[in-house]
Design a protein around this ligand. Structure first.
Ligand SMILES: Cc1ncc(COP(=O)(O)O)c(C=O)c1O
Length: 464
């Protein structure tokens, strides 16, 4: 019988100690951080599930590659090794490295977005959303409705709603859309995959309307593996071939390499259009560095070149996706609803249903996040009204997101199954005292990307 949750396909060569501080120390750490877990000292965290971005464990092969880093300013061997990997997997004509995903988004937005323009996607992640807004653009999310139903077991909940996309293009006009996107997997909507069938349909609609198609590719390998597991006709294809088929549909991509390329820093911006590439290079030189290093050291380019392939390894991906599924199953057994089916890189707890007495204006996702730290020094991140409530640019009315979630993102190759058991046990204890948990209010919030630096205060009245 195959094991339902395959054991880690690696053994541990280097360890890093973590320690659990006392409940009293946790309480004062919370107060000092303004109840924002981004503001905490990492040493006060026991299990850090804030993000899967840049937090993975590099392999012995990647560390060996680091020693090969060529630190020449221009034309380094390390750049050419990365170029070979990028061309082999993604196949675009041109690319630049960037220091991370948002730098690629910034450069693309600087080159193409003008005030009043729209950029559709299934769902933009927060940095993409903010980079488009920072140029006066309007990011627009057109994911299928099933994505908003936590319990709907749709296998590709990251899919774009093709009818909505067509209607949207007709409404605003293709000339007001400098490029269209799809995020794989859909991080803001639960780490849910996009099917090949849907990618093909999206590409066809963009092509018909002469809108360049960019894929936000942070979790390209997890998406490709979901296609292999779940989409008819792909069960016998290799994950790398599935990835190649995905990218043959697009005109370019932005990528945070800190996820599926399993590096601590790095990103990519790839394009097929030569004129756009010239502009990209000029922006890159202004903001990041020369086009053969793009704000990274040669050694970082080496680690990325190796990691791009390791992320596609099927034994690794089988373990990776089942670790997330295991944590979700344990939480569900404790009566805590999570987005179904489990996403690739993270488990998303439905804070609105765990804390039904806290209204969106009092941040139930943030409240659950604080509570998990209080209970077990575990760090997750709110994906709800703190991150995504924005005043409508036309009416000024506050628009709240449809979901209030607590995301527990699992760093790659970093924590074991017993760490996941600990997390599930702590969450179960919160569930049993949920009605006593209070909401929060801002004491400080910047205009954009406010979840990173906001400060909060607990509300002393209960909001029943
Ligand atoms: C889907 C997606 N796009 C873009 C980004 C931005 O990448 P980075 O954090 O490397 O700037 C992230 C990660 O945070 C992401 O999850």
């Amino acid at each position: 019988m195959t094991h339902p949750y395959p054991p880690e396909p690696f053994r541990i060569k280097v360890v890093e100690s973590i320690r659990l501080i006392s409940p009293a120390e946790r309480e004062s750490a919370l107060k000092e951080a303004g109840y924002n877990l981004f503001s905490m000292k990492a040493e006060d965290i026991f299990i850090d599930l804030l993000t899967d971005s840049g937090t993975g464990a590099m392999s012995s092969e990647q560390w060996a590659a680091i020693m090969r880093g060529d630190e020449s300013y221009a034309g380094a061997r390390s750049f050419h090794r990365l170029k070979a990997a990028v061309e082999d997997i993604f196949g675009f004509k041109f690319f630049v490295p960037t220091h991370q995903g948002r730098a690629a988004e910034n450069i693309l937005s600087a080159c193409l977005v003008k005030p009043g323009m729209y950029v559709p996607s299934n769902m933009h992640f927060d940095t993409t959303d903010a980079n488009i807004r920072a140029r006066g653009g309007r990011p627009t999310n057109l994911v299928i409705e099933e994505a908003f139903n936590i319990n709907n077991p749709h296998l590709f909940k990251g899919n774009m709603d093709i009818a909505k996309l067509r209607a949207f293009i007709q409404k605003v006009g293709a000339e007001k859309i400098p490029f269209g996107m799809v995020t794989v997997t859909n991080n803001a909507g639960g780490g849910q995959p996009v099917s090949m069938e849907n990618l093909k349909a999206v590409a066809a609609v963009y092509r018909e309307n002469q809108i360049p198609f960019f894929i936000d590719s942070a979790r390209y390998a997890e998406n490709a593996y979901f296609i292999k597991l779940r989409e008819k006709g792909y069960e016998n294809k290799s994950v790398i071939d599935i990835a190649r088929e995905m990218y043959a549909l697009a005109d370019g991509m932005t990528m945070s390499a800190k996820k599926d390329a399993i590096v601590n820093i790095g990103g990519l911006l790839c394009v097929n259009d030569e004129a756009l590439f010239q502009n990209v290079k000029n922006e890159l030189i202004l903001r990041e560095g020369f086009p053969t290093y793009g704000g990274l050291a040669g050694r970082d380019l080496e680690a990325m070149a190796v990691g791009l392939y390791e992320g596609l390894d099927e034994a690794y991906l089988a373990y990776r996706l089942s670790q997330t599924a295991y944590l979700a199953a344990r939480l569900n057994d404790a009566g805590i609803p999570t987005i179904q089916p489990a996403g690739g890189h993270a488990v998303y707890l439905d804070a609105a249903s765990v804390l039904p007495h806290i209204p969106q204006s009092e941040f139930p996702g943030q409240a659950l996040c604080v509570e998990l730290y209080r209970e077990g020094a575990i760090r997750g991140v709110e994906i709800g009204s703190v991150m995504f409530a924005y005043p409508d640019p036309d009416s000024g009315k506050m628009i709240f997101p449809k979901l209030e979630l607590l995301r527990l993102a699992i760093p790659r190759r970093t924590y074991t199954q017993s760490h996941m058991d600990y997390v599930a046990d702590c969450a179960a204890r919160i569930k049993s005292r949920a009605s006593s948990v209070r909401g929060y209010k801002f004491t400080y919030a910047p205009e954009l990307l406010r979840h990173f630096t906001a400060r909060f205060e607990p509300l002393y009245r209960t909001a029943f």
